[in-house]
Design a protein around this ligand. Structure first.
Ligand code: SF4
Length: 349
């Protein structure tokens, strides 16, 4: 650890911008005060790695509309409750009678649906490659147990196409290396990033989640700058091939699709939707291709693509706070703006 810190702090090369694309990395980088340990020539930016942050307002609106229909109950993780829709959040809608239940695992919904056949239970199926296998398992168990009163409203994203989009056709993103997402890589394997690394001539390093592991990965990115190499430094959980069983389960139920990302628009091939043969379980996910920003001043898209830091958004800390979030980056504990403002609070006591 001491050696890595000395190496990083002695860096005097050209300025580097490194991006992490995993919400847990964002949270851990801030929790460990890593930006403050780096010299001015190494800048860390947070990419679109928080699934809640990249969910479009149209999706929240649709969930609320479903929860207000008689006979429906929306089921969700807690972090979705406060995400702003175009008019209100799920939490605000619940106060007006929209039926919403919070669970800790999608599989909890099976018990609810099995014991209450009078209602249709609709899960807010948001997530990346990491969460998709759980939704596949949910559907498999539901079919196996004859539970038909469940639906998924999916907003499932896959990581390589959005990284490709950030790097851009003009290769002018200004990103010099990526901390590849640890959880996603467990499922996809590190090879999912090899093509991107070669295409753009920048390194990708798969990192674990402890402060020391993240620092070591940053050190590796600095050493590998200018190369198109992919290195796996999280070998206790990630292989080159990934989890083939989980990949097969996802392929059985889901197929690739275009997806809409908050503030970024539709990115081809960056999502997953239920296959046609399982569309009886779909609550209308394929129609969600719009992105109506709630607050036009919100710079989530520029924050999520590393163009600006959260504190450069004119609303940061003024209109937009964790108590009054204007964009999803301020809602989730994995969001860039939420973590930046919490770091500031911690620094200033
Ligand atoms: Fe959006 Fe708030 Fe972040 Fe600005 S500070 S980008 S308004 S979430």
């Amino acid at each position: 650890m001491k050696e890595i810190l000395e190496y990083l702090q002695s860096y005097r090369g050209r300025p580097l911008t490194l991006m992490e694309v995993c919400g847990t990395h964002t949270a851990e980088i801030n929790r460990n005060g890593i930006p403050g340990l780096l010299p001015s020539g190494i800048r860390l930016v947070s990419g679109p790695g928080c699934p809640v942050c990249v969910t479009v307002t149209e999706y929240i609106d649709r969930l609320i509309a479903l929860g207000k229909e008689p006979g429906n109950i929306v089921v969700t993780f807690g972090d979705m409750l406060r995400v702003p829709g175009s008019q209100q959040s799920l939490s605000e809608a619940r106060a007006e009678g929209c039926l919403v239940k919070m669970v800790y695992s999608p599989l909890d919904m099976l018990k609810l649906a099995e014991s209450d056949r009078e209602h249709t239970y609709i899960f807010a199926a948001v997530g990346f490659e990491t969460t998709a296998p759980v939704y596949a398992m949910l559907l498999k168990k539901a079919r196996g147990n004859g539970i038909e009163n469940i639906r998924l409203l999916t907003s499932l994203k896959v990581m390589p196409p959005v990284i490709d989009w950030i790097c851009g056709e003009k290769r002018d993103s200004g990103i010099d290396g990526f901390l590849a997402p640890g959880h996603v890589s467990v499922i996809t394997g590190s090879r999912a990033f090899e093509g991107l690394a070669e295409k753009y001539g920048i390194p990708f390093v798969v990192a674990g989640f402890e402060g020391g592991q993240i620092l070591a990965a940053i050190g590796a990115l600095v050493k590998l700058r200018g190369t198109g190499k992919t290195v796996n430094m999280y070998t206790s959980a990630v292989t080159r091939e990934g989890n083939r069983k989980a990949q097969a389960a996802v392929e059985e139920y889901f197929e690739p699709a275009d997806a809409s990302w908050r503030g970024m628009g539709v990115i081809p091939g960056s999502g997953m939707v239920l296959r046609k043969e399982y569309e009886a379980f779909d609550a209308g996910s394929r129609a969600l291709m719009e992105d109506k920003e709630r607050n036009k001043g919100c710079c989530c898209a520029r924050v999520l693509t590393g163009k600006i830091r959260p504190c450069q958004c004119p609303l940061f800390g003024k209109v937009c706070t964790p108590q009054t979030p204007q964009g999803a980056c301020m809602v989730s504990s994995e969001g860039s703006c939420y973590n930046s403002i919490n770091s500031l609070f911690a620094e200033n006591g």
